[in-house]
Design a protein around this ligand. Structure first.
Ligand SMILES: NC(=O)c1ccc[n+]([C@@H]2O[C@H](COP(=O)([O-])OP(=O)(O)OC[C@H]3O[C@@H](n4cnc5c(N)ncnc54)[C@H](O)[C@@H]3O)[C@@H](O)[C@H]2O)c1
Length: 272
């Protein structure tokens, strides 16, 4: 197996999480999927620090609840909810539970995601289905069940998570690329459909972020060529989840009032 561990090193220039935090989300209700780890966890913390009441959603109750407990201990407001976003019924029940606890959802951050390397000609078709179901269908289902509340309030914002792999072809990642490319079109379709009703929808395309998912993209499949994945790397190294969280929080905030249908890379220049 080729060693692709080089792009996992975090840039020494990445700031610590002592960035200035404004109460931009005060009183807002936000749902964050993937909140038990990585980018979702950092975004849940950041939105709570900006004053939002946060529904922390993840596959495992323990991780979702741990993030919510940490936010609560820090003086914020959050609940943890177990939800498999690839299941529409789970998404519907989860959104209903957040609304019961905090009121209508204003912001949805779709961050839960999975992926792995595989040779396309050998990949497990069940795994293909699973990756698309979590990354793409899950984002669509959560939007489906949050949008009625946004329409009722007359405002709302959705921030989806695509990837640099949604913008360029990443080898050994057909399912992941297809799902993340789909997220881009999902984002644009929602933005177009609801822009006359004060509901914005944007997507962030992270490059390498130092989180557990990166370990799913370390080992190349049998016969994999390390040279083919060089374009996934940047001399800036990996970013930190908190840097992504800052962009999620901006997109949720009123400062991004004029931003909808935007697909924003945050990737150390790998898609330049
Ligand atoms: N880390 C990177 O380098 C990178 C790069 C580009 C895009 N992304 C995207 O960022 C998002 C967040 O990833 P991360 O880097 O924080 O990784 P992570 O593994 O730390 O977090 C992903 C979270 O999603 C949750 N999850 C997985 N399947 C789920 C399901 N069926 N239902 C609910 N939750 C589920 C996991 O439990 C985990 O908490 C993903 O969509 C990922 O594709 C990450």
């Amino acid at each position: 197996m080729a060693d692709a561990s080089k792009w996992t090193s975090t840039s020494e220039h990445a700031p610590e999480s002592d960035l200035g935090v404004l109460p931009r989300a005060a009183g807002r209700v936000a749902v964050v999927t993937g909140a038990g780890s990585g980018i979702g966890q950092a975004t849940a913390r950041r939105l709570a620090a900006e004053g939002a009441k946060v529904g922390c959603v993840d596959l495992l109750a323990e991780t979702a609840e741990a993030t919510a407990a940490e936010i609560t201990e820090a003086g914020g407001t959050a609940i943890g909810l177990a939800c498999d976003v690839s299941k529409a019924a789970d998404c519907e029940a989860t959104v209903a539970a957040v609304v019961d606890a905090f009121g209508p959802v204003f912001a949805l951050c779709n961050i839960a995601g999975i992926g792995t390397f595989a040779n396309t000609h050998e990949m497990d078709t069940g795994q293909f289905d699973k990756i698309v179901a979590v990354n793409l269908n899950g984002s669509a289902y959560m939007a489906r069940f949050c949008l009625p509340h946004m329409l009722e309030q007359g405002e709302g914002v959705i921030v989806n998570t695509s990837s640099s792999a949604g913008l360029f072809g990443q080898p050994y990642s057909a399912a992941y690329c297809a799902s993340k490319g789909g997220v881009i079109q999902l984002t644009k379709a929602i933005a177009e459909e609801y822009k006359d009703r004060k509901i914005r929808c944007n997507a962030i395309c992270p490059g390498g972020v130092d989180t557990p998912i990166i370990h799913s993209f370390i080992e190349l499949p049998e016969g994999g060529d390390y040279k083919k994945i060089r374009k996934m790397m940047t001399p800036m190294g990996a970013s930190k989840p908190e840097e992504m969280a800052g962009l999620f929080a901006y997109m949720v905030s009123e400062e991004a009032r004029y931003m909808t249908g935007s697909i924003v890379p945050l990737d150390g220049g790998i898609t330049c």
